[in-house]
Ligand binder design. Structure first.
Ligand code: SF4
Length: 305
């Protein structure tokens, strides 16, 4: 607002302008032609950023509060929470450059899950209801002491695509469902990108109970829990397994290598092709890897066509 507008504004509000005597005297000594600029200097005080009147010049009396109505404080909208952000990773991923031809890998990891069969204890003969009940009451490893609830698995029990992650986190431990929270949202978006809803796949973890502090599962815990996952895979009979993250890939394939080295390879678990990719939680921290994850997803999609 310039001075003329401000004066008009004050007149419209019925507010009399206040002019200090010293300014009038000084203006009269200078002459009428130069008076207005002096009035502006003495009467106009810019409010600071939160609407308070700034300190006046030393020679200028403080203006009445009505002279310059405080500007409304405009607060910036808070940024949308990360959980509200629509996943945009599809915008930046190129099409895959390679073709994936599933083949039996006869490497040195045929004896997957080590001695898991010794831990079976009849698990391999259980149906879905029996398996779920066995897991719910399992105390085979120390993790049962700190869990809120077991996280059995969700989804379609005759799905073509089975997704296997590592272990429940805090959200999963509370809800009893794998892949919830931000990582779960990204996983849902990844599935949607290949034309699948979450309810069309089966999702499980290597471990059914949360390791304290989200630490990595220990070998003995994975071994104790392995019969449950093996039975889930046998019951679902998926055409493809998507192993997300290093823990899932290493335990399924019995290969102590990084995801970066395992992904893109041709693997199997009990005769079922395994596609290795990054965990959604890792992709949230390292979005530059999303393009590779997209390639892995497309490989998995081609295998179930
Ligand atoms: S993690 Fe697996 S083996 Fe350990 S208590 Fe839970 S269900 Fe049982």
């Amino acid at each position: 607002m310039n001075e003329a507008q401000r004066q008009e504004y004050l007149r419209a509000m019925g507010i009399q302008n206040w002019i200090p005597r010293s300014a009038v005297a000084e203006a009269e000594s200078i002459g009428p032609d130069n008076m207005e600029p002096k009035m502006i200097e003495s009467a106009h005080v810019e409010p600071d950023s939160i609407g308070r009147a700034a300190a006046p010049e030393r020679r200028t009396p403080p203006p009445p509060a009505t002279l310059s109505p405080p500007r409304p404080v405009v607060r910036a909208e808070p940024p949308p929470s990360a959980a509200d952000e629509p996943p945009s990773w599809l915008d930046e991923v190129p099409p895959p450059a390679d073709e994936y031809l599933p083949a039996v890998d006869q490497g040195d990891h045929a004896d997957r899950f080590g001695d898991a069969d010794l831990m079976d204890d009849g698990v391999s003969r259980l149906d879905w209801a029996g398996l779920e009940a066995r897991v719910a009451h399992c105390e085979a490893c120390e993790l049962h002491k700190s869990r809120t609830r077991t996280v059995f698995g969700v989804g379609r029990r005759d799905a073509d695509l089975m997704i296997i992650g590592e272990a429940p986190g805090a959200d999963e431990d509370r809800k009893g469902e794998p892949f919830v929270g931000r990582a779960g949202q990204l996983l849902n978006a990844m599935l949607k990108a290949i034309g699948l809803g979450r309810e069309q796949v089966y999702i499980a973890n290597i471990l059914k109970c949360r390791p304290p502090g989200n630490r990595d599962p220990r070998a003995e815990e994975a071994l104790q829990c392995a019969p449950y996952l093996q039975r889930q895979v046998a019951l679902v009979k998926p055409r493809v397994i998507l192993a997300v993250g290093a823990v899932a890939a290493r335990n399924l394939l019995q290969r102590d290598e990084a995801v970066g080295r395992l992904r893109g390879g041709q693997h199997q678990f009990n005769g079922i092709p395994v596609v290795v990719t990054y965990h959604p939680a890792y992709l949230l921290r390292s979005p530059e890897q999303k393009a590779k994850a997209w390639q892995d997803l497309q490989k998995a999609a081609r295998l179930i066509q």
